[in-house]
Ligand binder design. Structure first.
Ligand code: G3I
Length: 325
């Protein structure tokens, strides 16, 4: 580098926070990869990446990002045909520039769904809307996003199909339409069905997930993975191993923990969840649902790995130790 270039860069370097302020001692992603898994990631979005230590912590410690809100249908196309790509593009570009993998979240979800989709009244219009949405969004990020939550939260607690505009007009057919459109849009993307309360073996929703996914895959629906969100409370971490094993018994190539957070972040629960993913061969990675407690959707629960001041918590350090890093 020429001297003049160093001089020009100096103010930038000086503006960076000291290393101890912007990262934990070791990368949880690097440690998890060294232990044989694919990624340890985190949910984020443009607003978060542009303030405080979020970007620096993700750059240093995590290997994958999920858009917390930016890629939902309601965020992208609240008015039919008029797309708001800014925040989703920002996230995708940031991830690519920083070498982070991306989980796309989420294509078909009853929540954060635009009113114009909710109000569709006939099956054929809805089929077309699903196909068009999946093709448009996945097409835009083809080659950048390696995992997609194609359908999200489509089951009731007893394992039956949740009531939504999708199930009312199309029954189970909407699942087939969405996954087939996704496979066509990007044949290299790994396609997931994602849900919450899949935290205990033999729970109704877990049983329903396994039997429905088995039925759909056997019928040719291209489902590659099951995502278990894992928003849990203290003491529930020990059950995750059994639940993951049961989910992995479905005929899918992989399972993943996609939105992890644990009330009060007990060390034993976090390490139990990490151990469960290590022990279940099909478990490919873990994503926590945010960097800092300050920005968690579960305000007051302090469920994440970095505290409100962006310092790594005991649970973070315990996982690093568990992974032998
Ligand atoms: O963007 C608007 C902003 O313009 C407005 O001023 C503000 C006022 O409330 O709302 C902002 O939107 C909020 C959005 O987050 C972005 O911050 C919504 O109200 C709020 O409902 C939304 O919450 C998100 C929630 O999904 C929506 O259901 C959470 O951040 C997000 O963590 C949460 O994530 C979900 C997963 O997608 C699926 N699994 C469960 C998980 C937790 O609920």
């Amino acid at each position: 580098m020429k001297v003049s270039a160093i001089a020009a860069a100096a103010p930038l370097v000086a503006a960076l926070p000291a290393i101890h302020e912007r990262q934990a001692d070791a990368s949880i992603h690097d440690a998890f990869v060294a232990a044989g898994k694919t990624y340890f990631g985190v949910a984020t979005d443009q607003g978060l990446l542009q303030r405080e230590s979020n970007a620096a912590i993700i750059q240093a410690n995590f290997g994958q990002v999920t858009g917390e809100n930016s890629m939902k249908w309601g965020s992208l196309e609240s008015t039919q045909g008029s797309y708001n790509w800014g925040p989703a593009d920002f996230l995708a570009d940031w991830a690519v520039e920083n070498g982070k993998e991306i989980r796309g979240h989420t294509l078909i979800w009853h929540s954060q769904l635009p009113g114009w989709v909710e109000n569709i009244g006939d099956a054929e219009t809805l089929r077309e809307a699903i196909r068009n949405h999946v093709a448009t969004v996945m097409g835009r990020y083809k080659g950048k996003i390696f995992h997609w939550d194609v359908v999200n939260e489509i089951l009731n607690e007893d394992g039956t199909l949740r009531d939504s505009v999708f199930s009312r007009l199309l029954g189970e057919e909407f699942v087939q339409i969405a996954f087939e459109a996704a496979r066509e849009a990007d044949p290299d993307a790994i396609l997931y069905i994602n849900d919450y309360n899949l935290d205990q073996a033999n729970y109704g929703k877990v049983n329903g997930m396994v039997s429905l996914v088995t039925k759909w895959v056997e019928a040719g629906v291209p489902i590659d993975g099951i995502g278990t969100q894992t928003h849990i409370s203290e003491g529930m971490g020990a059950n995750v191993h059994g639940a993951l094993e049961q989910l992995a018994s479905a005929p899918v190539n992989e399972v993943a923990i996609t939105e992890l957070d644990i009330r009060n972040s007990p060390v034993e629960d976090y390490t139990a969840v990490v151990q469960a993913c290590l022990d279940v061969e099909k478990c490919t990675g873990i994503t926590v649902w945010g960097v800092s407690d300050k920005d968690s959707w579960r305000q007051g629960d302090n469920p994440l790995l970095f505290d409100g001041s962006f310092a790594p918590k005991d649970a973070y350090n315990a996982i690093i130790e568990q992974l032998g890093a």
